[in-house]
Write a new protein. Structure first.
Length: 379
């Protein structure tokens, strides 16, 4: 549910200011969730109530550090403070009050996103709203309400996926807090998330979810590489590289499956034949995953994603974050791994018509044969 929301596909992962009552609630609604022709007062209310609850829970991390008896939480909040400083000083990400407050949610995720696609298409349903434009998900602060929405969409014949969201960005309109939903993740994963969400505050293009998420995913990857180099922590580096290898296996499996399905759906076969080939393709995907997991038990972290029974919608959820990453990598490399110049290029892309922007990114995606950005590269 974002303006920057990160639904947690693989591995079950990855301070608000209250002003002028209704005006702030209205802004939060625009930022947080999509509205469609089926808008309801109940939906708006759950968004406003969820935001107010989140804001009311946020406390200064300095107060939390001083008052908590949880030694692990103290250490992690201090580390996040260091990550936060690094993000602004070394990655050119916004220097503001985001991730300087902490909120204990008392639940595993801050929101749950519902994504849906037609039965024989990989194109996700869009919901549109004033500030963030059209996005490919609808978010709920209560899991039960997300499940109700999913049930309704399934009754319409849609493929549906529900993804737990550990954090989201409000695009700089408010100071986003550290949340209990991700604070105890492995350190590298926490760094990734913070870099990703701050990237949304820097650049956001209303109406193009794949562009926004792929750009932020590329920034998180480069940011993590540079953070690890800065820390000189061999154990943390080895852990991160292992996770990266597993992510790469999963992403490739998703990519291959999406390619096969796209060809099936574009064919002239009957709907019945397409359904059969679709089922066979997903069965083959699960078999390939089981075989990979047998060789590398660490891939078992993706069981949660497979537990929902992969479908068009769950593949689309992953694609939001990965489809344009190679293109953005190529652009960064062309700018000699200089993030400041890279951000200027990305801003220029946001000014192009979508068709032209997509053509540019398609071209860069094909030419991404470069090595990862240098860890010593400048801002």
């Amino acid at each position: 549910m974002r303006a920057g929301a990160k639904a947690t596909p693989p591995r079950g992962r990855r301070a608000w200011r209250w002003t002028a009552g209704a005006a702030a609630a209205g802004t939060a609604l625009w930022l947080l969730s999509a509205c469609s022709a089926m808008q309801t007062v109940d939906y708006y209310w759950q968004s406003a109530a969820g935001q107010w609850d989140l804001m009311s829970r946020a406390r200064s991390i300095h107060d939390v550090i001083d008052e908590t008896d949880d030694a692990g939480l103290k250490i992690r909040l201090k580390r996040i403070g260091e990550m936060r400083g690094f993000a602004s000083a070394e990655l050119g990400l916004p220097a503001n009050g985001s991730y300087t407050r902490y909120a204990d949610l008392g639940r595993p995720f801050v929101t749950w996103n519902v994504i849906s696609t037609p039965e024989l298409s990989l194109a996700p349903k869009q919901w549109c709203f004033p500030i963030a434009g059209c996005v490919s998900y609808r978010g709920f602060f209560r899991e039960a309400e997300a499940k109700e929405e999913a049930t309704r969409l399934k009754q319409d014949g849609e493929d549906v996926y529900i993804g737990g969201v550990p954090a989201y960005s409000t695009l700089g309109y408010f100071d986003d807090p550290i949340l209990s939903s991700f604070v105890r993740w492995p350190e590298a994963d926490v760094a990734r998330l913070i870099f990703h969400e701050l990237a949304h505050q820097l650049i956001y293009l209303p109406g193009d979810s794949v562009f926004n998420e792929s750009y932020a995913s590329m920034v998180e990857e480069v940011g993590l590489e540079r953070w690890l180099a800065h820390e000189h922590n061999t154990e943390l580096l080895a852990q991160s590289e292992r996770t990266q290898e597993q992510r790469a296996i999963f992403k490739e499996l998703v990519r291959e499956t999406r390619t096969k399905l796209a060809n099936i759906y574009a064919s002239k076969a009957s709907a019945a034949q397409k359904r059969k080939e679709k089922a066979d393709t997903f069965a083959a995907m699960k078999t390939a995953y089981d075989e990979a997991k047998a060789k590398d038990p660490g891939l078992g972290g993706y069981e949660r994603w497979f537990a929902q029974q992969p479908n068009n919608a769950s593949l689309s959820a992953i694609a939001l974050y990965t489809d344009r990453v190679p293109a953005f990598r190529a652009i960064l490399h062309e700018e000699n791994d200089d993030l400041g110049r890279f951000y200027n290029r990305v801003r220029a892309l946001t000014k192009l018509p979508k068709a032209e922007r997509d053509r540019v990114l398609d071209r860069y995606g094909r030419m991404d044969k470069s090595p990862p950005p240098s860890r010593s590269a400048s801002l």
